[in-house]
Write a protein that binds this ligand. Structure first.
Ligand code: SF4
Length: 75
């Protein structure tokens, strides 16, 4: 997938298992597609870096490092 929220892809990005994947899988509403996205992460050699960077950027949605991020509505 293309990391649209990144201003400049990090060095580890060249090893991403999802580099050519359909980005919509990683931001889908349905669990089935999100599971497909997570399958990329399970075989991704840079999952730890991906997850750490996503947390550092404050990502609120999407699949990063095998974790599904949900935006929690404010009350
Ligand atoms: S951990 Fe998942 S989202 Fe992150 S680069 Fe790898 S395949 Fe892509």
């Amino acid at each position: 997938m293309t990391p649209e929220t990144m201003t400049r892809p990090p060095r580890w990005w060249t090893h991403a298992a999802c580099a050519n994947a359909d980005v919509s899988l990683f931001f889908a509403d349905g669990r089935g597609k999100l599971d497909q996205a997570c399958a990329y992460c399970q075989r991704c050699p840079v999952a730890v870096d991906c997850l750490a960077d996503a947390r550092a950027r404050g990502e609120e949605t999407g699949v990063w490092g095998g974790v599904i991020f949900h935006k929690v509505p404010r009350r």
